[in-house]
Design a protein. Sequence first.
Length: 250
Amino acid sequence: MTSTPDSRLITLSRDLAAQNLVVLAEGNTSTLDGAGFWVKASGRRLGDAEAGDFVHVDLDDAEAAIESSTTDDFFAADDNGLKPSVEALMHAVCLTDGGATWVAHTHPPSVLGLVASEAGVDAFRRHIYPDAIVVCGLHVATVPYVSPGRDLALATRQEIHRFSGEHGQLPKTILLANHGLVALGATPTEALNISIMANKWATVLHASLAAGGARYLSDTEANDIDRRPDEHHRRSELLRSTKEKRNEHD
Ligand SMILES: [Zn+2]
């Protein structure tokens, strides 16, 4: 492992806050490093994140905490007084079972407004426009409300396994009822893109529901977008940031 987190984790954290997907100390980000991962420390703000706002957690320790009846040792403060976010165990699950390398967890008001409504996560079961399919995935995973911590990690693990069994692939987007959004990325750019697009998707849903109800794409139309070769190309291009692409051409 490196002695400090990858600087892209700091950039991702600040970008999520700049998009108004979190306020105050809400949300958290993580990325794999060696036999563990870096995750935001409890109480620190994504918006002004610095290297010292993250703690390194061993995946073995996280797994032991998930399987244990007590998580007190896992969440104890380190020598610098930093504790892993209460949602660190959910990040561990997303970085292992979920196959992600970068995870962004936010509480966007648009998404929260729907997943905390009577419509709930079901509002996202079908798509209403093509770009959300390309960026967030044809299907989204959904987790019922459970208290943050070990219970949320277990519920997320169960849903990832159910999702991969049903769809034959891992989710990019997880909606947490009455809580928020989790974006699972292969790159920091992908984790940010999923978060931004899920926020737009929820905003568009709000507008369409207020204008007489959403007219969803048919399953055939949604599948067609998901499988189109030009959309596959666009999807792979979106994994990289504009800066990364520019550097390749220098
Ligand atoms: Zn949260």
